[in-house]
Design a protein around this ligand. Structure first.
Ligand code: UD1
Ligand code: MG
Length: 455
C-alpha cells in the first residue's frame, strides 16, 4: 500500500459578506443546521486533511470559535487586508512552511463541495500535477474566472474583469477551489503578482506560474450545483435547497420512505434508519436520530431528539433537545417533549407537555397532562413509574415521583409523591345537590314573568 499523503486544507473565510445584510458574519450563516464554514471544514476533513488553516479577517472571534469547534486542530490565520485570494492563502504561510504533500484550498462560502471532490483534486496531485483546478460549465459565466485551455491542457485562468471578448465567451469556469502540490505551493504562491484589473493577488495565477515553471496543471469538473457560493440570502436559500435535495436522496436511498420528500427538511447530521416512514411537512433540526421502523406523522418538528425503533411521533408533535423515545413509544398530536426519556411502549397521545421527566415503560399519560417543571427559577424533574396511568388533564408539579403502576385521577394537581400502585386524586371533591337545577329554573322563570307583568 502507498503511504498516505499528508494534507493541509486552507479555508478562506475572510469574506466581508456585506450583501447578506446581517449582523452575523457570512460564513456563520447556516445550511442544514450547520454554518457554511462548518460544511467546508467537514468536507476537507472527510477528504483526509489532517491539518487546516482557516483564514479570517481581523476582529472575527466568533468565526475563530466556530472554526475550532468544527475542526479542533484548526489553526487560525488573520488576513489583515483583503488583497486577493492568493494573498489570503499566504496568510497561512506558517502552516504551509511545515510542509505537506497536498494543499487544498477551499472557500468557506461554498459549502456544497463534496469530500469526494476534494479527494479527487488530491488524486490529481498524486498523479504528478502541481496544480489541480476545479472547473464547471457555467449556465451564466459572468463574473467567474475562465479556464483557458490549449490543446486540451489548462494554460491559464483569466478573471472576468481581465478577460478579452473571446475569453469571455468561454463557459468553462473556475470554481475557485484548487489543490496545490505541497512541494511547490509556497514558491508558486510567492511568485504571484498583482498586475491585473483589480490590483489583487489572484490565486488563479497559480496556473500560469506553474506552467511557466514547466509544472503540470489539471482541471477536474464538478456540476455547477456543487460549487455554488453564497453571497446573499437568495443564494443562501438556493444552497439550502440543493443541500436538502441531497439529504432527502441519501435518506431515501438508505431505506426510509418520504411521502413528500420536497416537504421534509433535514439537518447535516440527521440519522434515519430503515423502514422509517416520514409523512409530509416534517422538520428535523440538528442532533436527531430516528431508529428503524419509526413513523413520523405529518407536521412534526424535532431537534436534538432520539426516536427509538417502531416509535410513533405526531402528527403535530414537537420533540425538543433531550427527548428520547424508547422502542414503540408514542408521542401523538400536540405533544411537546423536552429533556425526557419515554420508556418502551409508553403512550403520550394527545395535548401534553412533558419536560425534564422520565416516563416508565408502558405508562399511559392522558390527554392534557402537563409537567409543571419550572417555577420561574429552577427546573425540576418528574418521574412516572412503569405502567402508571395518569388521568387526563393532570398537572404534575415537579419535583414529584409517581410510583410504578399508580393511578392518577383525571384533573388532578399532583404536588406530592404517589406510592406505587396507589390511586391519587388531587382535585375538588364533586358535590351533588338533588333537584337543584329544577328549582333554580322554576324560580328564574317566575322572576322573569313578574318583571314582564310590571311593564
Ligand atoms: C474567485 C476566483 C474566480 C472564480 C470564483 C468562483 C480568484 C482570483 N478568482 O473569484 O476565478 O471563478 O472565485 O466563485 O481567485 N477571499 C479572502 N481574502 C481576499 C479575497 C478573497 O479571504 O483577499 C475569500 C473570499 O472570502 C471568498 C473567496 O476567497 O471566500 C473568493 O473570493 P471572491 O472575492 O468571492 O472571489 P471571486 O471574485 O468570486
Ligand atoms: Mg465569489
Amino acid at each position: 500500500m502507498q503511504p498516505a499523503r499528508s494534507c493541509l486544507a486552507i479555508v478562506l473565510a475572510a469574506g466581508e459578506g456585506t450583501r447578506m445584510k446581517s449582523a452575523c458574519p457570512k460564513v456563520l450563516h447556516e445550511v442544514g443546521g450547520r454554518s457554511l464554514l462548518g460544511h467546508a471544514l467537514s468536507a476537507v476533513a472527510e477528504a483526509g486533511a489532517e491539518a487546516a488553516a482557516v483564514v479570517i479577517g481581523p476582529d472575527r472571534p466568533e468565526v475563530a470559535r466556530e472554526a475550532q469547534r468544527r475542526f479542533p486542530a484548526a489553526e487560525l490565520a488573520i488576513q489583515q487586508e483583503r488583497r486577493g485570494t492568493a494573498h489570503a492563502v499566504l496568510a497561512a504561510r506558517e502552516s504551509l512552511r511545515r510542509g505537506y504533500d497536498d494543499v487544498i484550498v477551499a472557500f468557506a462560502d461554498t459549502p456544497l463541495v463534496r469530500p469526494q471532490t476534494f479527494a479527487a483534486l488530491r488524486a490529481g496531485l498524486a498523479t504528478g500535477a502541481a496544480v489541480v483546478v476545479l472547473g464547471f460549465e457555467a449556465a451564466d459565466p459572468t463574473g467567474y474566472g475562465r479556464l483557458v485551455e490549449q490543446d486540451g491542457e489548462l494554460e491559464e485562468i483569466v478573471e472576468h474583469k481581465d478577460a478579452t471578448e473571446a475569453q469571455r465567451a468561454i463557459t468553462l469556469c473556475n470554481a475557485g477551489l484548487m489543490a496545490l502540490s505541497g512541494e511547490h505551493a509556497l514558491a508558486i504562491l510567492e511568485a504571484i503578482g498583482d498586475d491585473n484589473a483589480q490590483r489583487e493577488f489572484y490565486l488563479t495565477d497559480a496556473v500560469a506560474v506553474a506552467r511557466a515553471r514547466g509544472l503540470r496543471t489539471k482541471v477536474l469538473l464538478a456540476p455547477e450545483s456543487e460549487v455554488q457560493g453564497v453571497n446573499d440570502r437568495v443564494q443562501l436559500a438556493a444552497v439550502e435547497a440543493e443541500f436538502q435535495k441531497r439529504r432527502r436522496l441519501d435518506i431515501m436511498t438508505e431505506g426510509a420512505t418520504l411521502i413528500a420528500p420536497e416537504t421534509a427538511f433535514f439537518s447535516f447530521d440527521t440519522q434515519v434508519g430503515r423502514d422509517v416512514l416520514i409523512e409530509p411537512n416534517c422538520v428535523f433540526g440538528p442532533g436527531v436520530s430516528i431508529a428503524d421502523g419509526a413513523v413520523i406523522h405529518a407536521f412534526s418538528h424535532l431537534e436534538g431528539a432520539q426516536v427509538g425503533p417502531g416509535a410513533m411521533v405526531g402528527p403535530f408533535a414537537r420533540l425538543r433537545p433531550g427527548a428520547k423515545l424508547a422502542e414503540g413509544a408514542k408521542a401523538g398530536n400536540f405533544v411537546e417533549i423536552k429533556a425526557a426519556e419515554i420508556g418502551v411502549g409508553a403512550k403520550i397521545n394527545h395535548l401534553t407537555y412533558i419536560g425534564d421527566a422520565s416516563i416508565g415503560a408502558a405508562a399511559n399519560i392522558g390527554a392534557g397532562t402537563i409537567t409543571c417543571n419550572y417555577d420561574g427559577f429552577v427546573k425540576s424533574r418528574t418521574t412516572v413509574g412503569a405502567g402508571a396511568f395518569v388521568g387526563s388533564n393532570s398537572s404534575l408539579v415537579a419535583p414529584v415521583t409517581i410510583g410504578e403502576g399508580a393511578y392518577i385521577g383525571s384533573g388532578s394537581v399532583i404536588t406530592a409523591d404517589v406510592q406505587p400502585h396507589a390511586l391519587a386524586i388531587g382535585r375538588g371533591r364533586q358535590v351533588e345537590k338533588e333537584g337543584w337545577a329544577k328549582s333554580f329554573r322554576e324560580a328564574a322563570l317566575a322572576r322573569k314573568a313578574a318583571k314582564k307583568a310590571a311593564e
